[in-house]
Write a protein that binds this ligand. Structure first.
Ligand code: ATP
Length: 611
């Protein structure tokens, strides 16, 4: 699983290859200039410390040699640029060279970093866009199972997490290994013997430092957890302080708290003991390495004269530059795992397929010509759950108004959710003009329907934008017509900027009834032949109620309507009322018929509609 996430993530990252290539070249230049800066610094120090004539003599010696080692060649090359006739001229050239090298090194570093930033930010932009687009392809049942908090955290935190760990990984896995290889090669070029000794000691001391550091980290994490435990005791007891007092358990609570703080004290002290000792350990280890090398190197310089003091100086400087990249490679594995865990969560969502899809070559429909029919429809939210709808059959003829009534939890909302295929029926079939819903192109099916739900969601946009929602091409005339039909035109004109008034969080706030009328206008702006209405149960004042009622009555003309009815006028106007109870149709008929028959409708009517 992890490996495949790594591969997939890499595939994503490599789509930005031009920037990666640029970054790689810049990294290479950085590494070369970085080593050159150490090299020339050694030349500079050497130049100041030893007699200039000795340098000229040494250069002559090099020039006279028949067989040149790599180190000799490099020195000859750098001498050819840096070594001048006089000491002071040489110092000037070295100074100029140092300025050039440091400038070049840092420009390369900048180019490397900025091109990697481009890759990272492009990556998170594209990952977020893909993930967000994928959310819109998923069916409602997915959102029932996965809470919005979790999905938001993947979209925001996990994507960010990938960026953060990529920053680390790129820096470390990209540049540092190059740097290390380059520096170690130079060490070998200067002195094989010293390089071998150094490479034997460094991993051992590295291991010691690494294990101390990870032990500190573990303790710090445990300390964090312990602190969280302490905080929860505090909030727990403070919020239930009445109970603590009532049960006279204050000493019990004080003891419990003291035990936790004692644990925290011990943990943190142990952590500090380790962390305060880690720096002396690493410093002593570094000093020991340096001393061993100095001892061996100094013998080679002074006694055996097998290495020049300039080479030795350069070796030590290069060796010290090796420590930082080595150290930073230390916890790269942790960061990689952290990023991959986030990648796993992201790819898990991307891999989820919607359970509501178009078949191959679906029908495209543009109108309702005859009827909608439900044939023995059953439905349950989860495979083996109780049936929420059980063997439902009925027909809606074009132009009819069908009202659904029934107690709370009877299945009315579920029933209307099957029409736009928010969910697919588990058994039976639903047909529009004798075509199974599943064979109709989802977009064409949904564009036949205007839907008004109980909660009216308004966007932080103008009234016009809210009514046209998503359809930028809707003409002003159409918007106004919809608003008139929704009985909203008048109040809109009375708003400060009319149709351009911004509503929602940052704008004018509307009353419940006004919001509903905007939602109704939105549902009908494209003049859909089928209207699905879930009348709001929330109580509106009688004035608003009247306006909304009027709007709904307007809508019912010339349209096929399925309405979950909570208003008396709605049931009166319906051609057919379906009484639903516990997932079944228990009564069918018009208001007159049903109210004169003993049954659920009569009871509900008494409770719900007569006040
Ligand atoms: P109300 O008038 O209160 O809105 P309703 O008649 O519209 O009720 P539904 O919302 O369709 O009833 O719910 C029918 C049954 O399905 C209820 O038992 C409800 O608990 C269950 N239910 C509704 N939505 C889900 C869901 N997303 N997942 C699982 N069960 C659900």
């Amino acid at each position: 699983m992890q490996e495949s996430s790594l591969k997939r993530l890499s595939r994503f990252v490599f789509t930005y290859w031009p920037f990666l290539l640029l970054s790689t070249f810049a990294a290479l230049f950085y590494v070369v200039f970085n080593s050159a800066s150490v090299w020339v610094t050694a030349t500079m120090i050497n130049n100041i410390l030893i007699d200039f004539n000795d340098m000229l003599v040494d250069n002559k010696r090099l020039l006279s040699l028949n067989e040149l080692s790599m180190n000799d060649r490099l020195k000859l090359y750098s001498n050819s640029i840096l070594l001048k006739d006089t000491a002071i001229d040489t110092v000037s050239t070295v100074c100029a060279a140092l300025i050039f090298i440091f400038a070049a090194k840092n420009i390369s570093l900048y180019i490397k970093n900025i091109s990697l930033s481009v890759v990272q930010y492009k990556l998170i932009r594209d990952l977020r866009n893909r993930l967000y687009a994928h959310f819109h392809h998923l069916s409602l049942s997915y959102f029932n199972k996965n809470k919005s908090g979790k999905l938001t955290s993947v979209l925001v935190s996990d994507v960010d997490n990938i960026k953060n760990s990529l920053t680390q990984i790129f820096q470390k896995l990209f540049v540092e290994p190059l740097n290390i290889v380059f520096l170690i090669s130079l060490l070998f070029i200067i002195s094989k013997k010293l390089a071998v000794i150094a490479l034997l000691i460094i991993p051992i001391s590295g291991l010691i430092i690494f294990s101390v550091a990870s032990s500190i980290r573990r303790r710090a994490e445990r300390g964090q957890a312990q602190l969280a435990g302490i905080t929860s005791i505090i909030t727990e007891t403070i919020s239930s302080i009445r109970i603590v007092k009532a049960f006279a358990t204050k000493f019990f609570e004080i003891n419990r708290f003291a035990k936790e703080t004692q644990k925290y004290y011990k943990l943190m002290l142990r952590k500090d003991r380790l962390s305060f000792i880690s720096s002396p350990i690493s410093e002593t280890l570094a000093a020991s390495i340096a001393s061993v090398l100095l001892w061996v190197g100094a013998r080679d310089v002074l006694v055996n004269q097998s290495i020049t003091s300039e080479d030795f100086l350069r070796f030590i400087l290069l060796l010290f530059s090796l420590f930082r990249p080595l150290k930073s490679l230390g916890n790269v594995v942790n960061q990689l795992q952290n990023g991959l865990a986030s990648a796993d969560r992201i790819f898990a969502i991307m891999d989820t397929k919607s359970d509501i899809n178009d078949i191959e070559n679906p029908y495209n429909i543009s109108d309702l010509n005859e009827k909608i029919s439900f044939n023995n429809v059953s439905f349950s939210y989860e495979k083996n759950d109780k049936k929420v709808l059980d063997n439902i059959s009925f027909e809606i003829k074009k132009g009819e108004v069908i009202a659904l009534v029934g107690p709370s939890g009877a299945g009315k909302s579920t029933l209307v959710d099957l029409l736009p295929r928010f969910y697919d029926a588990s058994g039976g079939s639903i047909e529009i003009d004798n075509k199974n819903l599943k064979e109709i192109k989802l977009n064409s099916l949904r564009s036949l329907m205007g839907i008004v739900t109980q909660e009216t969601l308004l966007f932080d946009d103008s009234i016009r934008g809210n009514i046209a929602y998503g359809a930028e091409t809707v003409s002003d005339k159409k918007i106004e017509k919809a608003a008139i039909a929704a009985n909203a035109h008048e109040f809109i004109l009375n708003l400060p900027d009319g149709y351009n008034t911004i509503i929602g969080e940052n704008g004018v706030s509307l009353s419940g009834g006004q919001k509903q009328r905007i939602a109704i206008a939105r549902a009908i702006v494209n003049n859909p032949p089928i209207l699905i209405l879930d009348e709001a149960t929330s109580s509106l004042d009688s004035e608003s109620e009247k306006h909304v009622q009027l709007a709904i009555e307007n809508l019912m003309n010339e349209r096929t309507v399925v309405v979950i009815a909570h208003r008396l006028s709605t049931v009166h106007n319906a051609n057919k009322i379906l009484v639903i109870d516990d997932g079944k149709i228990v009564q069918k008929g018009n208001h007159k018929e049903l109210v004169s028959t003993n049954g659920l409708y009569k009871e509900l009517h008494k409770m719900q509609f007569q006040t």
